[in-house]
Structures are given as C-alpha cells and as structure tokens.
Unconditional design. Structure first.
Length: 609
C-alpha cells in the first residue's frame, strides 16, 4: 500500500473509483485518501472485504464501514463482519490502555453491539486464535483475549528483562569500586548526591535492570548525569533515550548528553520492500552499547518496550527512570508500574525535593497533590477563582493573551465541551492569532489553519518528509537549503509558517529547523495546539501552564491527572476555576485500572524468550 501518496486532488482519481466510492457515501476527502493508498484496486478490495478500510482508517469507525458493507450485500452473520468486529473491539480496548479483554465481558459487549449470537462470536474468536490473529489464554484464573502481538510483547518483555537482570556472562565492569567512582564523579563534575541518589546510582551500576522513580525536583536528572559520567569514564558506551522527542530534547538541554527518541535509537524505518515499518535494531542486530538509560519511562507502552528489550543485548545495563505517579502511556500497557509492582528489579524511590525557586514551588505543590494535600498558592502557583464554565473560558483566554507570546500552554482533561481542547483552541486562535489582511488560511470543515498558528502532530509518521533550514533560522529557501529527512512524531509542536489555499497545503516549522509541508490528505495528522489534553502533554514542559478546573467526568477528575498537568509547568502554573472541584480531584486517587498481565508474568515467569 501507500503506492500513490502524491494524489492530492479529486481530479486525479480515476472516474470509476470516484463513482464507486461516492455511491457508497464517501466524501472527496476519503476518496482521495483511499485512492492515494491503493489506486484502482479500491474497487476490488472494497467489494471483496469492505472492512479493510478499518485497518487503514480506524477513525471511520465500525458503524460507518458496516453500513458500507450492508450496501455491498455483506450478511450480518458473515465471518468477515464478525472478525472485523472482534479486531475493532480489541482495538477499542487497546485505545483505553488495555493489553487484553476479559473474554466473557468482551463477548457480551460485542454481541450486544452487533445484535448477534454470542456463541457464533466465540466460534469466530476460536478460528482467529487458530490463525494466529488473537490469543486466548488464562490469566489470574480467568480466560482473556489478546491481539497476538500484545500477548507476545508481554511474554517477551517479561522473559528478556528477567534474563537481563541476571546476565549469564555478567555486566561490563566499571573502572573501580562503584562507591569510590561515585565520590570521584561528584568531585570531578561538581555533582552532590544524597543518600537516596547515591543508592540509585549504586543499584544501577551493579544491576542488569534497575528502576529509578520519583516526582519533580527529586534529582532524577542529576542521577542520570552521574551515571553517564561514571560509565563513560569507565570506557562504557551509554545510550540515552525517551519515548518522545520533546522529552529527549529536554534531556540534552539539562544534561548536555545526546539523547534521542526510543524509536530513533532503535532505527525505526519504513521498509519499501514489505510496505511496513520495522526496527533496524533488534535481536539479530542489537544496540552496540553497554548501558541504555530510558527517561520518562512512564510513557513507555508495551509494544515499544518489546522492541527495546529485543534490541538490548545480554550484559547490557538497562535503566528505567520515570515518575510512576504520572499518567500511564498513551499506548496499551502499564509497563513502568508493572515493573515496579512486580518487585522483580532493584527500584529506588526518590522522595526528597532539591529543586528551588519557581520550579521548587511547583515541585512542592506537585508532591502535596500526590499526597492528597491541597496546594499552597503563590505568585508561581496561582488560583484564579471562577465558577461558570463560560467565565473560566474567558479568563483562560485573557490570561493566555497577557503572557509573553508562545509561553502559555493550556492543558485540559477533555477534548469536547466548553473547556475541551477543541473549543479552547478555537477561542484561543481567535484571540492569539486572529484573521488579518495578508494572513493566509485554509478552512477544512470546521477547522481553520492560519499562518502563525501553533499546531501539534497527533500521530507518529515515520514517512513524513522534512527539509532542514541551514542558511537562515526561521526562513526556508529551497534554492540553498536541501537537507532532508523523515519522521515527525506524536506530540511534536510547531508553528505554521505558510499556507497555500490553492494547493491546499500547510507548511509547519518544528524544532531543529525542520520544515514539513502537509498536503490536503495529510492535514488530519495535525491539530491546533494552543490547548492540548493533559494526556497529550506527557513528556513536555512549558514555561507557563494554564489548567481549567470545573466539573469533569469522575474517571478524568483524578489526582494523577491534575498531578501530571501541574508537573508540566516549568516557571508558572495557573489554575482557573472552582477550588472545590480541585479539592475533589486531589482527593480522587482512583485511577482507571488497566488490563495488563506483565506484572503477573514477571512474578510467575510465564514468559518465553
């Protein structure tokens, strides 16, 4: 697939495909996208199995594709339909962070949704398990259903980490007594470590797998820097990575050591021959290093953890650093929490706060929130009281407009509603970047992209090309600048520098002078980013963070959510709303549990290598 990705206009689609897809109710947007991927094969593929569309366009939703299938005469009891429903249902579980679904619960929900017989659905699931698409297994005394990939990942991570924790051939030695090396590094690099921090460094030097967890201001970065100095001065090769580009960039800014995303570390690439993404570093071609440090490890999902474990060769130190009280990964799994809760690995929990000044105020309040205590307000940690949602919205807009340009980031628990990210972005765009003569914009339905807008990439796209401006920062000249690369990642924030309403393209400038031109059919990969959900903010830091607080669904109005939001602020946190609702969030320590078997597999060692 992805054979005709340069198709950008409906006039470039063959009349036969246009007629066929329009008769099925597709808009020009989707007609262009479908043709851009499979060309004239769109007709045959869709007639044979319309549910292929769910694999390429999951946002269409099952009901919409199911209506297309009915138009094409697919029976409600068709195995194609039921198999697609099973896959769609498991993807829905995964989108909520679950690695598996309890079988009885899954079949009941799916049968009700499909208005179908649950016995027939179980037969289809058994057939899919024989073909290797799904895995039926017993876990904790109940039967559960996995996508096979998630089952394999759990078993692989458990088995590989257990082997790394007790390497058969031992670890590459450091150059001397670990405690003496810690003292030496402290003197040479002016690093002062507490007893807790010293214990964390010691555990990481003597262990195959170790975990360092703690909240903001507890010295995790100091520990990482000490470990790097000690190991590199011992002649060991150290790789440092984080799940997101913004987190990796922050490591370099605070410590000076090169860091990359985990995907880049593992050399993730698009394989032209197979048409799939692959990791260049794997069991057959492992990483050439003696130690791997993963920062912001709470964001590490199950599939990425599997790829990492496959690429780490025996005898390598693997060190996970993160805040276990942050929200878990966006992707399925509960990796860091499961590793800690398994009690299988050396874990150091940091509790002492060292950060001072504005960041210290934020750190202190973050820890108060994490203990279920009310924050103490100051100039750097403010509460602006307001009750009605419309008033909260207006105050947020006014505050954002009063702060230095580009410094304010609004973080909200929800996407929809008056205080959801969608409406907040619309209102903030009108105030912070209103229409003006000569300022070009592109309208796509209810969305407007305007020159000067702040936008976020909302999916990992390793095939998306960028060009690098070398001559004049902030200005791209195609005649003199030509360095190119591929890969823009979920969560990266940039600024729109150019809009072409005729060609329907938008050009965005990201960090490191990377310029990306989005065609019409690629614009669903970006959205306005004046306001983002708290989940989307993980791994990032912003000078000033503004957080609305009102009634939110209890499943979102949690301590871990407000804790995560607060810890994104670097210089200032401004909470706008009713303090009573903030108190309820701080008191609500109920987090949505995730279906994950990694902890149990580690404790029982069910895994395989």
């Amino acid at each position: 697939m992805d054979t005709l990705n340069n198709i950008t206009k409906i006039s470039q689609v063959t009349p036969e495909v246009t007629w066929f897809l329009r008769n099925l109710g597709f808009s020009d947007y989707y007609i262009i996208k479908i043709f851009g991927i499979v060309g004239d094969a769109a007709i045959g593929l869709t007639e044979d199995n319309p549910y292929w569309l769910l694999d390429e366009f999951p946002r269409m939703g099952f009901e919409r594709v199911d209506s297309v299938a009915r138009k094409l005469g697919v029976s409600p009891e068709s195995h194609l339909r039921l198999e697609a429903a099973v896959a769609y249902g498991l993807r829905s579980y995964a989108s909520e962070g679950h690695a598996f679904a309890p079988l009885e619960e899954f079949c009941r929900k799916a049968a009700d949704f499909l208005d179908s017989d649950s016995g027939l659905l179980r037969d289809v699931i058994e057939d899919m398990s024989f073909s290797g698409d799904v895995q039926l297994t017993n876990l904790g005394g109940r039967q559960v259903l996995y996508f096979y990939g998630y089952y394999r990942a759990e078993c692989t991570v458990a088995g590989k980490l257990a082997a790394l924790a007790e390497p058969a051939e031992g670890l590459a030695p450091v150059a001397g007594n670990p405690l003496a090396l810690i003292k030496k590094a402290g003197i040479r690099h002016s690093i002062e470590l507490s007893k807790q921090q010293t214990s964390a460094v010691m555990n990481s030097l003597i262990s195959g797998v170790s975990i360092i967890t703690g909240g903001p201001g507890t010295g995790k970065t100091t520990i990482i820097n000490a470990l790097i100095h000690i190991m590199e001065e011992s002649g060991l090769k150290v790789a440092v990575a984080a799940p997101t580009g913004r987190a990796a960039k922050r490591i370099m800014e605070t410590g000076g050591h090169f860091a990359s995303t985990v995907h880049r570390l593992l050399e993730y690439f698009y394989d032209e021959q197979t048409g799939y993404m692959r990791f260049g570093r794997n069991a057959e071609n492992p990483l050439d290093c003696n130690a791997v440090i993963i920062d912001e490890a709470s964001m590490l999902d199950l599939m990425l953890a599997e790829a990492l474990c496959n690429a780490v060769r025996p005898g390598t130190r693997l060190i996970f650093v993160g805040d276990a009280d942050q929200l878990p990964s966006v992707g399925a799994g509960n990796v860091l929490a499961d590793l800690i809760d398994s009690d299988y690995f050396y874990t150091t929990r940091l509790t002492e706060i060292y950060r001072q000044s504005a960041e210290g105020s934020i750190a202190v309040n973050a820890h108060r929130i994490n203990r279920g205590e009310s924050p103490v307000y100051s100039r750097d940690f403010m509460l602006i009281r307001s009750d009605k949602q419309q008033d909260i919205l207006q105050k947020i807009v006014d505050i954002a407009a009063s702060l230095p340009e580009g410094s304010a980031q609004v973080l909200t628990p929800v996407k929809k509603g008056i205080l959801g990210s969608a409406n907040l972005n619309t209102q903030l765009q009108m105030t912070l970047n209103p229409p003006a003569e000569g300022k070009k914009e592109l309208k796509l339905g209810s969305r407007i992209f305007r020159t000067g807008d702040r936008v976020m990439q909302i999916k990992n796209d390793y095939r998306l090309e960028y060009k690098v401006s070398r001559q004049n920062p902030g200005i791209f000249d195609s005649r003199t600048d030509g360095d190119t690369g591929k890969g823009v990642f979920n969560g990266e924030i940039g600024v729109i520098k150019g809009v072409d309403p005729d060609l329907k393209t938008v050009t965005v400038l990201y960090d490191d002078e990377r310029w990306v031109e989005y065609s019409y059919v690629q614009l669903d990969e970006i959205e306005l980013a004046y306001a983002v959900t708290i989940h989307k903010s993980q791994g990032s830091e912003f000078p000033s963070v503004i957080i609305p607080v009102t009634w939110f669904p209890p499943v979102l109005a949690t301590r871990s959510l407000i804790y995560t939001a607060v810890t994104r602020g670097k210089e200032q946190v401004i909470i706008v709303g009713n303090p009573a609702y903030l108190e309820k969030m701080v008191s609500n320590n109920q987090s949505r549990s995730r279906n994950s078997g990694l902890k149990e597999r580690l404790q029982g060692m069910y895994g395989f290598f």
